[in-house]
Design a protein around this ligand. Structure first.
Ligand code: T3D
Length: 263
């Protein structure tokens, strides 16, 4: 049994958070939730962080809630899932969606239940070809939670979201990419390199622009065209005065790579 349920590394502006309960396919326990919150704090409180990679140890990405963890096991008496959803999953999913920096889910293997929700909350999902996504919830008498009822129909459309949620059928990574549910599916041998390449690309991009793009696109579903145009104007006006915009245009004119400072 691993002692540390979450591993944390920071290098070259990339914070890498690794789910580390491989013997349980990285299923969530209360301890792991707490460690994950601390890792996100560490990543987000470091001004040098420009991208967060959420990865996993072993052969799986995340099998959702650990069904044997104290407080959620209904075979040991009545449980309150309200408590664990409110105190663990809701803050986690909200935090990822609202993070100032892009978050990449590096899906190395099976994702199930809240493990799918976790991946879908991230800005990018890069999956290895052998990975799959399984909405296992209905199989145990629950509904998709941790944001899946929000993310799934938006990513797949209602008919496919209904089909996968009602049957719990596994969606292979390659098909998930074809359907537009994830950013990329790559051969297993290229997986690590694909995640590294994307994280380095994002780490070199303009931080304020990335933050604004993320917040605008995530909010767009709730805005009218007029509201979107107004918000774009306000944000673009502010970015137009940024040091990074001047650097970006100068780099374009001088035919060189831009070096963004986030100012
Ligand atoms: O509590 C709340 O707040 C409610 C929130 C709920 C959110 C949820 O996530 S509900 C959904 C929970 N997840 C599941 O129902 C998935 C259960 N797991 C599986 O269906 C399968 O394990 C997989 C399809 C993910 C993978 O299958 P396979 O054959 O590749 O692996 P395996 O042999 O089933 O699993 C390996 C080990 O991990 C195994 O332990 P063992 O037998 O070697 O000692 C298995 O029991 C364990 N494991 C897998 N998933 C979980 C788990 N242990 C506890 N909880 C799990 N979710």
């Amino acid at each position: 049994m691993s002692e540390l349920t979450i591993l944390f590394e920071h290098a070259h502006a990339v914070a890498r958070i690794t789910l580390n309960r491989p013997e349980r396919l990285n299923a969530f326990t209360q301890t792991m939730h707490e460690a994950l919150r601390a890792a996100f704090d560490q990543a987000e409180n470091n001004p040098a962080t420009r991208v967060i990679v959420l990865a996993a140890s072993g052969r799986g990405f995340c099998a959702g809630q650990d069904l044997a963890d104290e407080g959620v096991d209904p075979t040991k008496g009545e449980v309150s899932l309200h408590h664990t959803l409110e105190s663990n999953y809701k803050p986690l999913i909200t935090r990822i969606a609202n993070a100032k920096v892009p978050v990449i889910a590096a899906v190395n293997g099976v994702a199930a239940g809240a493990g799918v929700s976790l991946a879908l909350a991230c800005d990018f999902v890069v999956a290895a070809q052998s990975a799959s996504f399984g909405l296992a919830f209905a199989k145990i008498g629950l509904i998709p939670d941790a944001g899946s009822t929000y993310f799934l129909p938006r990513a797949l459309g209602t008919p496919l979201a209904l089909g996968y949620a009602l049957t719990g059928e596994k969606l292979p990574a390659e098909r998930a990419a074809q359907l537009g549910m994830i950013w990329k599916c790559v051969p297993d041998a290229d997986f690590k390199e694909a995640v590294n390449t994307l994280s380095m690309q994002l780490a070199a991009s303009a931080p304020r622009a990335m933050q604004a793009i993320k917040s605008m696109l995530r909010a767009s579903g709730g805005l009218s065209l007029g509201q979107s145009l107004d918000a774009e104007t306000a944000i673009q006006d502010a970015l137009g005065k940024s040091v990074d915009y001047a650097e970006g245009v100068a780099a374009f004119k001088e035919k060189r790579l831009a070096h963004f400072s986030g100012r």
